[in-house]
Design a protein around this ligand. Structure first.
Ligand code: CTP
Length: 408
């Protein structure tokens, strides 16, 4: 299984780093080629010379070392591998990975890689149990990062016990083999086996064959949620209005134009465990769209009669049978964001409302960042402004937790 596989081992700075030396041996015994990155903290526990002797090639330590950057740059380190293993993965390294930091060689390579990643955490039990570490692990799980251990037992610190010991080298080897055998990065995700429907983008409501009523939604947030759910292992159907975005890989995209088509596509995609309604659906459509292009003909401008569109979110959230276990609506507001969103939660019958301020000065519509408030029956959680991809990953992690599949 590991014969001729290229493993990039990132050693973090913890006492368990000594076990990483044995891990290198075990991987090499099985025919793998092992390249090693040591963080600067790791070098307090094991030396580049010892690592280099076992790996059979020198260890990489420095992002700004002209020699290694010229020879095997950080992008090549990130790509010329079949699997990245982080062992020991310290609390700090996990936090950096979850936050997308890139301020040393290890974190930069972890951000630059598109290969599967396996982490073997090792830390004090209180650090492992801390809500910050829990949050980071949920984010990493949503990103498709696989986990081995930690185990329970005695800690290096005398008298301390609990969960936090790094998995043994042979357990990490077995997890590496399983990770390489998994068909996609999503296979181990926290939404594995779940069906998720996401609506995204605007709808276009025709006035005549060439004109339509629409809004400024770009679809970026909805598409990011669909991608994050797929990366977390879910089977995803993305129902999208017209957008200038590529169809995401690893999921089914259904393209629609109008609100009525969107409702039909969503109903056809049911049943689902989770439905997320991120689309900016036009509330009204023109009652009688012209069959031919409207002409000026020198007369008065046409007056358009509007009728209300079906409310897709409400229709699904209030289904008597076959309602998804978790129904999430969005609220696009320009004023009194939280008050309006709270009212919407009751009116729509959904479980959560993700409220965002779409007033033009915020730049949310069409922009890459979003500032959201999560409104549930329990209260309001306000998240800091962050990229839409990060909002998507955090939402997916929260959904997985709500469905009871968060990492234990
Ligand atoms: N929504 C929907 N179908 C509609 C209108 C809205 O599914 N016909 C969904 C949106 O996808 C979003 C939520 O309902 O998840 C709220 O959309 P929003 O436009 O903010 O709310 P409205 O229902 O239009 O309420 P209001 O006009 O009071 O803002």
């Amino acid at each position: 299984m590991l014969r001729d596989k290229r493993i990039l081992l990132v050693i973090g700075g913890g006492i368990a780093a000594y076990k990483a030396l044995d891990l290198i041996r075990r991987l090499k015994e099985r025919g793998a080629a092992v390249r090693v990155i040591l963080t600067s903290a790791a070098q307090q526990f094991v030396t580049p010379i010892a690592v280099g002797a076992l790996a059979g090639e020198r260890a990489f330590t420095d992002l700004f070392d002209p020699h290694s950057e010229f020879d095997v740059g950080h992008i090549r380190l990130a790509r010329d591998t079949d699997l990245v293993v982080v062992a020991p993965a310290t609390a700090d390294l996990l936090a950096k990975m979850a936050g997308g930091h890139a301020n040393d060689l290890a974190s930069t390579v972890l951000l630059a890689t598109d290969k599967p990643v396996l982490v073997a955490p090792a830390m004090n039990p209180l650090m492992w149990a801390h809500p910050a570490t829990r949050r980071n692990l949920a984010l990493l799980a949503a990103d498709g990062v696989a986990l081995v251990g930690p185990n329970a037992g005695d800690m290096a610190e005398s008298g301390e016990q609990g969960v936090g010991r790094m998995a043994e080298p042979l357990e990490i080897v077995a997890a590496a083999e399983a990770r390489l055998a998994a068909p996609t990065t999503a296979a181990a995700g926290p939404l594995k086996g779940r069906r998720v429907i996401v609506t995204s983008g605007p709808t276009h409501e025709p006035i005549d064959p060439v004109r339509y009523v629409a809004n400024r939604s770009s679809g970026k947030q909805g598409h990011a949620i669909a991608r994050a759910a797929a990366a977390a292992g879910a089977e995803v159907v993305l129902v999208t209005g017209p957008v200038h975005l590529p169809d995401p890989p690893d999921l089914r995209t259904v393209k629609v134009e109008t609100a009525r088509e969107m409702l039909a596509a969503v109903e056809a995609a049911l049943p689902a465990d989770i439905a997320v309604f991120a689309a900016a659906v036009a509330d009204w459509r023109v009652a009688e769209a012209g069959r031919h292009k409207l002409k000026k003909d020198g007369g008065a401008p046409p007056s358009l009669q509007f009728v209300e569109n079906p409310d897709i979110l409400r229709t699904v959230a209030t289904r008597a049978q076959g309602r998804p276990a978790l129904v999430v609506g969005f609220a696009a507001e320009t004023d009194e964001v939280i008050a309006h969103a709270k009212a919407k939660l009751g009116r729509k019958g959904c479980d959560w409302i993700v409220a965002n301020d779409v007033s033009p000065e915020g730049g949310t519509m069409g922009g890459d960042d979003n500032r959201v408030h999560i409104i549930t029956a329990e209260g309001v959680e306000s998240w800091p402004p962050q990229p839409k991809d990060a909002v998507a990953r955090a939402l997916v992690a929260r959904m997985a937790t709500a469905l009871g599949q968060a990492p234990q």
